[in-house]
Design a protein around this ligand. Structure first.
Ligand code: SF4
Length: 322
């Protein structure tokens, strides 16, 4: 069904062809042209006279048509403060939310109550967070029943957003949010915290080998951070080939290569990763998704259909493969 903006499609009303951000190549295009007024809601704009937010709102509404995205695919999300009334004034989907670490931690712990004893909390902007780092931090709570929070103090900073918390802290976390005491330190004041500095973290030999600089705690906040992250070399992984994939001059391996995804690993060894090929990640996770991410130290087995079948018949394959 064609998308509309409420102003109808017709001659001279087609979506514009230019001005599209390169990063939106995978986002569906609008089928009709939008203008700034399409993004104005029926809500009365209520800011102080002369507030700069008026200009920002106007610029935002004028810019949105340039994205060439259907209005119903636009979501405006705001945090706190006067400016965060913006979603009400934009005719799109929107969310006027709260922000901060404490509500997110409290919400997560509450959601896990009755389902788990321990939660690992991480923010979403840490692209180099390594599974070995998570295991290292979680092990503190496994080995010490008297500890409520395993808090890394890595690269010189407390890292409450790559830490492990007992789910039993949910009540205290919720109360602190209600009291508007939003810093994680307030929660730490009320429970037993074990900190792990760089040396303590790297006492785990696997973590020390696979993430020696503790890049697990690096976060990406700016376009420059993002560009720097993309410019890093892909992680070193080990790949083995099985079945007919070893024919035609391709040795089975193991091959140590650099690849950020399963698809990248296949390309590095000229494996045609089509429906006849299955990948097994770290001996367990079966995937045919080229975009499956890899981290340093991962192993990838590529199995042709005949090899996968043979391993299942012989009992060496994992049930549920494919
Ligand atoms: S930010 Fe808020 S308080 Fe400040 S001028 Fe704008 S509306 Fe008024």
């Amino acid at each position: 069904m064609p998308e509309t903006n409420g102003h109808g499609a017709g001659a001279g009303n087609e979506a514009p062809s230019g001005h599209r951000l390169a990063s939106l190549t995978l986002v569906p295009r609008a089928t009709v042209r939008s203008v700034a007024k399409d993004f104005k809601s029926d809500q009365e704009v209520r800011w102080c006279p002369g507030c700069g937010d008026y200009a920002i709102l106007a610029a935002f509404q004028a810019f949105l048509p340039e994205l060439d995205v259907p209005r119903e695919n636009v979501v405006v999300i705001s945090g706190i403060g006067c400016s965060s009334r913006l979603p009400y004034y934009v005719n799109s989907y929107g969310m006027h939310s709260i922000h901060g670490r404490a509500p997110a931690i409290a919400t997560g712990l509450a959601a896990l109550t009755g389902h788990a004893d321990v939660a690992f909390v991480s923010s979403t902007d840490m692209p180099f967070l390594h599974p070995a780092f998570i295991r290292r931090v979680l092990r503190v709570l496994e080995e010490s029943e008297g500890t409520d929070v395993a808090l890394p103090v890595a690269r010189g900073h407390e890292q409450p957003l790559v830490a492990a918390y007992r789910v039993s802290l949910a009540g205290a976390a919720e109360r602190l949010v209600k009291e508007d005491r939003l810093r994680p330190a307030h929660l730490f004041d009320e429970c037993r915290v074990e900190t792990l500095d760089d040396a303590a973290l790297k006492r785990d030999p696997v973590l020390a080998a696979l993430d020696p600089d503790l890049d697990s705690v690096l976060n990406v906040n700016t376009p420059a951070d993002y560009a720097a992250a993309r410019a890093r070399p892909a992680p070193e992984v080990t790949v083995q080939l099985f079945g007919t994939l070893t024919k035609g001059g391709n040795a089975g391996g193991p091959h140590v290569i650099r690849a950020a995804t399963v698809g990248g690993a296949a390309e590095a060894l000229a494996v045609v990763f089509d429906r006849h090929v299955t990948a097994a990640l770290n001996g367990g996770q079966i995937t045919r998704d080229r975009a499956t991410p890899l981290t340093a130290g991962d192993t990838v087995f590529f199995l042709s259909a005949d090899a996968a079948l043979a391993s299942v018949v012989s009992g060496t394959g994992r049930r549920g493969a494919g």
